[in-house]
Design a protein around this ligand. Structure first.
Ligand code: NDP
Ligand code: MN
Length: 381
């Protein structure tokens, strides 16, 4: 039996208008990190700064974090922090802003480090010598507000690095469902199916335990019952609340139990074709469930607990209801030509096989299995 660890934020504050809890923060200076313009445009950035001022905390804004944040962006933020010396880092926005802020925090605390020094798992030195970290997500998907992960892109070499460090788990997560309310419907669908994938993969992971299963199973229930309402009625606050909480609950499970083949395949097909992460997951999930069924009885456990006949079919039904195609061939988000698919299939299958998420998938899939899964999910059979 191996020794396991379960790490989550010390405080998770949730519910409509929970952003106002920032007024109760104790500290002197905060660096607010955010993305392009959405938080400013929707008024949340001003609100955030006002609540901090009410708490007697002076703040600066580090904005302009791009989707798939780069090493250069991370250094730009770290340097602003080194100048300002905040005792809190407040990351508000999508997964990209939160991920970038986590690594800015690391370089603020340890300016002598280089990006290469933190790539290996377990290589990041301890954080919290200078500041603590609050994460306020505006999408309901990545769960970066909960996890020990950050994905940073080396733009020169076109490589996405997953940085893993238990110390990067935020101190406080604030889940205010008003932030994701204005997400466009297709982003609600894609990020929500990403949540369902996180939870489903965490349940069947070979690292799943009684500490992770309850969160994952509850997240599956919440997504199945709420995603279509959030998609069709964007301002339905109850559905937004449930989806926002589901994202964090799934995060509590997968940051501790890791993921599986859906993510391995999604990462690499995303790399080849540029398809959105959540959309790739949504298409792949039913095929991987059918494949994994021979190696785990956990889907049956979930089906029994949640009163679902067939989880793969339930996923297909949700996809259909939100106009997500059943296979990549029918996906028009990017160019999925058959020629290119055939051309990259072998390379992509090798790479997906070698993805770290494959290690915790139930059963021991071979490269041939991965290839067959790509083929089924491309042609839809
Ligand atoms: P992003 O943070 O990349 O944001 C995508 C777009 O959505 C941006 O244009 C952003 O605009 C906009 N946006 C964000 N919130 C809202 C809102 N409430 N209303 C309207 N528009 C909004 O998206 P994700 O949250 O999906 O994060 C993806 C990133 O997370 C990737 O880099 C991925 O690799 C990483 N990731 C991290 C994980 C982790 O555990 N840390 C796990 C999985 C993925 P603007 O920039 O103007 O704010
Ligand atoms: Mn994901």
């Amino acid at each position: 039996m191996s020794i396991m660890r379960f790490s989550i934020p010390r405080d998770i504050i949730y519910g409509e208008d929970s952003l106002a809890e920032l007024t109760n923060l104790k500290g002197k200076k905060a660096a607010i990190v955010t993305g392009g313009s959405s938080m400013k445009r929707l008024g949340f950035l001003d609100q955030c700064q006002k609540y901090l001022a009410d708490a007697g905390i002076e703040s600066i804004i580090i904005d302009g974090v791009e989707p798939n944040p780069s090493v250069a962006t991370v250094w730009r933020g770290a340097e602003a922090m080194i100048q300002f010396e905040p005792d809190w880092i407040v990351a508000i926005g999508g997964g990209s802003a939160l991920d970038a802020a986590k690594v800015m925090w690391c370089f603020y605390e340890h300016p002598q480090l280089k990006f290469e020094d933190i790539i290996e798992v377990g290589s990041m030195p301890p954080l919290r010598n200078k500041a603590r970290f609050i994460a306020i997500p505006s999408t309901s998907g990545t769960a970066s507000e909960i996890t020990a992960f950050s994905v940073i892109t080396d733009t020169e070499n076109h490589i996405k690095y997953p940085i893993v460090a238990a110390d990067m788990v935020p101190d406080i997560a604030i889940l205010d469902p008003k932030l994701p309310e204005k997400m466009p419907a297709h982003i609600t669908a894609n990020t929500g199916m990403d949540v369902l994938t996180h939870a489903t993969e965490a349940v069947v992971s070979i690292a799943a335990t009684s500490f992770t299963d309850p969160y994952a199973i509850e997240a599956i229930r919440l997504v199945i019952e709420n995603i279509e309402t959030a998609f069709k009625e964007p301002e339905n606050m109850q559905a937004r609340y449930n989806m926002h909480n589901a994202s964090a609950l799934a995060g509590m499970a997968f940051t501790n139990a890791s993921l599986g083949l859906v993510h391995s395949l999604a990462h690499k097909i995303g790399g080849e074709f540029g398809v959105t992460h959540g959309l790739a997951n949504a298409i792949l999930l039913p095929y991987v469930i059918e494949f994994n069924r021979q190696s785990t009885d956990k889907y049956a456990v979930v089906e029994k607990l949640l009163g679902i006949d067939d989880l793969a079919e339930a996923v297909r039904k949700l996809n259909k209801g939100m106009n997500i195609p059943a296979c990549f061939k029918d996906c028009d988000e990017v160019d999925f030509s058959e020629d290119k698919f055939k051309q990259v299939l072998d390379r992509m299958s090798e790479r997906a096989f070698g993805d770290p998420c494959t290690l915790t998938n139930p059963g021991k899939p071979t490269v041939e299995d991965v290839k067959a899964l790509y083929t089924r999910s491309y042609y839809g059979k």
